[in-house]
Design a protein around this ligand. Structure first.
Ligand code: DX5
Ligand code: ZN
Length: 214
């Protein structure tokens, strides 16, 4: 299992210590949540912070843009060291154009779906994607409760990927913890984002290893 700890739940006064912990852990990626207060009702951090983070780690940065008009920031996201750029389907009028531009910029292209957005909306673009990120909470905040219907969505998405012979992998974000992670692994998730479950854990590295073993 690919593990992508979300820095939204990290200690922003001691971000370098939390990144050091991730560096020493079995985490594969680092998940960075950008919020604009428009697409989601919250504001987090932006490109200068991600650029600073990228200098402290060799792990690929998995950047999740919860913003309107993400297509306007592809160059900036690349320049701040991102390896994976996640854009929301709901935020992109011309999703195909945006995906091609992300790939041309040299990043992996991922599309994120809100809990109410059906998997089938990706039917005509799934072969172009490196990853689909399914939100298992409504985006904007850490520490929310996992929406159980996500398990059905993982199964539907897995089927769509198989039928279309796409290489896309499936990542899940929101409410991932010791109870929900095994269900997601069983349903076919390839990557798990975890914020509070990692950073509120007394032994975060051990918890990351546990997720990694699923
Ligand atoms: C929420 C963010 C998540 C968040 C997950 O909108 O996209 O990445 O950090 O937090 P937890 O794991 O606490 O649900
Ligand atoms: Zn996220």
């Amino acid at each position: 299992m690919i593990v992508s700890p979300s820095l939204l739940a990290a200690d922003f006064c001691h971000l370098s210590q939390d990144i050091e912990m991730i560096n020493e852990s079995d985490a594969s990626w680092i998940h960075c949540d950008v919020m604009d207060g428009v697409f989601v009702p919250n504001i987090s951090f932006g490109f200068p912070v991600i650029q600073a983070i990228s200098k402290l780690t060799a792990k690929p940065l998995d950047v999740h843009l919860m913003i309107v008009n993400p297509q306007n920031y592809i160059g900036q996201v690349r320049d701040c060291g991102a390896s994976i750029m996640n854009v929301h389907q709901e935020a992109c009028t011309h999703l195909d154009r945006t995906i091609q531009a992300i790939k041309q910029a040299g990043m992996k292209a991922a599309v994120t779906l809100n809990p109410a957005t059906p998997v089938l909306l990706l039917e005509d673009i799934i072969t172009e994607l490196d990853m689909v990120l399914l939100m298992s909470v409504n985006p904007g905040f850490g520490g929310q409760k996992f929406i159980p219907n996500t398990i059905n969505k993982v199964q539907k998405l897995k089927q769509l990927i198989k039928e279309s012979q796409s290489n896309a992998i499936i990542e899940i974000d929101g409410g991932v913890n010791a109870d929900t992670a095994p269900l997601l692994a069983k349903a076919g998730a390839d990557a798990l984002v975890a914020g509070s479950a990692v950073f509120k854990n007394p032994n975060p590295k051990e918890f990351i290893s546990y997720l990694n073993s699923l």
